[in-house]
Design a protein around this ligand. Structure first.
Ligand code: MN
Length: 292
């Protein structure tokens, strides 16, 4: 029987800031308690747009054309709709419960906006954006885009037949997620009704953190409030979640990528020379073309 993981910290949402004019986010990491850029590796960054109401707008709010290279952006929509276009020719709209998994790899330009219809009506908006690092051998992989609709996610139901683990990447008790990843990782939403319990189990060396996006829960006996992030120590295996309200919890656990990090703006490389090369490639138009 595996022992329980212990909690390193329960972290309240840091003060929010705007990314463009469309994303009001709490940056949980890197920074603060997670100042070590590899503390949640392979997850490098997590911006959490806690639930807020956007007023109607004719012009969609968002972030204009910008580059990325050396990693993947993973956007999880809980409320509202997000539109994406990139210079590799991919585009998509994700809505409630959907995920877009964009591999920037060798480099591309993209833009991220509220979807037009959502902008016009306004309404509740809640999302997470993760930056998932790529190992050195895959840093320059060809850009790609995985649209992961809620319908194709794995679902493992609990004994109450209403609560379930929604598997985006990895595998939960034999139920697999649709996302293709470059290193081993588990990304789930635990959607649990009040009173339900779920047991998770991850290797002790995996970096593991859980974000409560809705409701409240007990994790290995500790109470966790809405919008709080629980960072686990690299020990034990088991996490017991008990839903103390109807709850949605984003579960992240992955094998660390033990390689040097050179992070600058939208680039996540292994060396500063690679960062300079990426900047130069953008300036030379090597990341393609995308209209604002
Ligand atoms: Mn971006």
């Amino acid at each position: 029987m595996s022992t329980k993981k212990t909690i390193e910290a329960i972290i309240a949402p840091p003060p929010p800031h705007m990314v463009g004019d469309g994303f009001r986010v709490h940056s949980f990491f890197p920074g603060g308690r997670l100042i070590d850029k590899k503390r949640m590796s392979p997850f490098f960054m997590m911006d959490y747009g806690a639930k807020i109401e956007f007023s109607p707008s004719i012009e969609p709010r968002g972030v204009g054309v910008h580059p990325h290279a050396g990693f993947e952006t993973v956007t999880i929509a809980y409320h509202g709709k997000i539109a994406h276009h990139d210079s590799a020719g991919n585009s998509g709209i994700i809505g409630e419960g959907d995920v877009q998994w964009m591999t920037a790899g060798s480099g591309l330009l993209h833009k991220e906006y509220h979807e037009k219809g959502f902008s016009k009506t306004g309404g509740p908006f809640q999302m997470v954006q993760l930056w998932v690092n790529l190992p050195a051998k895959d840093k320059k992989t060809t850009p790609k885009y995985q649209e992961i609709t809620n319908a194709i996610m794995g679902r493992h139901y609990m004994s109450d037949k209403q609560s379930f683990i929604e598997v985006i990447a990895g595998e939960y008790n034999g139920t697999k997620g649709p996302a293709t990843t470059f290193t081993p990782m588990e990304v789930y939403n635990a959607r649990l009704k009040k009173g339900a319990t779920a047991i998770l189990n991850f290797p002790s060396n995996y970096n593991t953190g859980l974000l409560v996006t809705e409701g409240t829960a007990k994790m290995n006996g500790s109470h966790v409030a809405t919008d709080h992030f629980v960072l686990f120590n690299n020990d034990g295996g088991e996490i017991e979640i008990e839903a103390t309200d109807d709850t949605i919890i984003l579960v992240l656990s992955g094998e660390p990528i033990d390689e040097p990090i050179a992070a600058y703006g939208p680039f996540l490389m292994n060396t500063w020379q690679e960062v300079e090369e990426a900047i130069e490639a953008v300036n030379r138009g090597k990341f393609g073309v995308l209209e604002d």
